[in-house]
Design a protein around this ligand. Structure first.
Ligand code: AMP
Ligand code: MG
Length: 301
């Protein structure tokens, strides 16, 4: 069965097999509810969300956060270390000034003013106390780079607990696959970044996660420049080296975070990182539309 919804500003899709149709439907509903719960926890648009409270008060004094958010922020900071700052949830200190629907972007002076607040080292987690604090003023965090991956991972966890063995849960560019497609692999397409509806690669998957970050998801163009939602933390501007990055790996929070990271790093540094990590593979479409595959894909594994 299939179930769809729109949450976190993106399309959610659940496809699963269950011998009992009613149980299958209930399981899909539980997944959608879980997505709503995560959205409420991490939304930067909802002033009462835990994340909004952190952004409002953490520069003044430590803010109590639930273990789930504390854990995700720790994961995000570990990813910042791994990627030498390409992944940085404090990108939002500048990133909040972009509005892709309203075609709004900060000017050079606004970026210069806020850019010092972009540094993951400003974020201090106290896991014992369960608090988050910021070491500088003007710091804002946003978990948009890993939240959807986390959400689909949680969704699959719910299905597994209900006895489902074959499923795919998707939130925008992030999918987590459970089992196979009843005897065959699930096949997920890598979209052509400049040709809606066209596919440039097909990736067969069993029990894995896949995430794509693209410059076509949220953007506007002005004088031939594309302003999109993946921000290079060192410049405060949209990262320009590639058009899309697809990461395959065992766990969706990780593939989601890494797809955003490798997008910022570009082909050379990005592939170097992926080829160092034993558990993930990548397909990159660069700014000229050329495809690059990581070493594990090349050898056909
Ligand atoms: P994704 O589509 O998974 O690549 O995520 C893009 C989202 O990640 C954006 O909408 C932002 O919320 C967030 N983001 C943008 N730039 C960064 C960055 N450099 N590090 C971490 N998160 C980012
Ligand atoms: Mg991502």
């Amino acid at each position: 069965m299939r179930s769809e919804a729109a949450i976190m500003g993106t399309n959610i899709n659940v496809e699963l097999w269950h011998e009992d149709e009613e149980c299958g439907e209930e399981a899909a509903v539980a997944v959608i509810e879980e997505m709503h719960r995560i959205d409420h926890l991490m939304s930067t648009y909802k002033p009462e969300s835990e994340l909004s409270r952190i952004n409002r008060d953490a520069a003044i004094s430590p803010v109590a956060a639930g273990h789930e958010l504390v854990g995700l922020i720790q994961d995000a900071l570990a990813l910042s270390e791994l990627t030498e700052g390409a992944f940085d949830i404090t990108y939002a200190s500048v990133g909040y000034m972009y509005d892709y629907r309203q075609r709004r972007r900060p000017d050079v002076a606004e970026i210069d003013e806020k850019l010092p607040a972009v540094d993951y080292r400003h974020v201090v987690v106290d896991p014992q106390a369960g608090t988050i604090s910021f070491k500088a003023t003007g710091v804002r965090i946003d978990l948009g780079g890993i939240a959807k991956g986390y959400a689909v991972e949680q969704g699959v966890e719910i299905l597994r607990a209900r006895g489902v063995q074959h499923a795919i849960v998707t939130a925008g560019g992030d999918s987590r696959i459970l089992g196979d497609r009843r005897g065959r692999p699930w096949v997920v397409g890598v979209r052509d970044p400049r040709n809606r509806g066209k596919i440039v690669a097909r990736i067969p998957l069993v029990d894995e996660a896949i995430s794509t970050s693209g410059d076509y998801e949220r953007y506007f163009e002005e004088d031939g420049v594309r302003y999109h939602h993946i921000i290079n933390p060192s410049t405060g501007k949209s990262a320009g080296a590639v058009r899309s990055v697809t990461i395959v790996g065992p766990e969706a929070t990780r593939t989601d975070g890494l797809s955003t990271s490798v997008f910022v790093l570009g082909v050379h540094a990005g592939m170097e990182l992926v080829n160092r990590l034993p558990d993930v593979e990548a397909v990159i479409v660069d700014k000229d539309g050329q495809l690059f595959y990581s070493s594990g894909f090349e050898t056909g594994t």
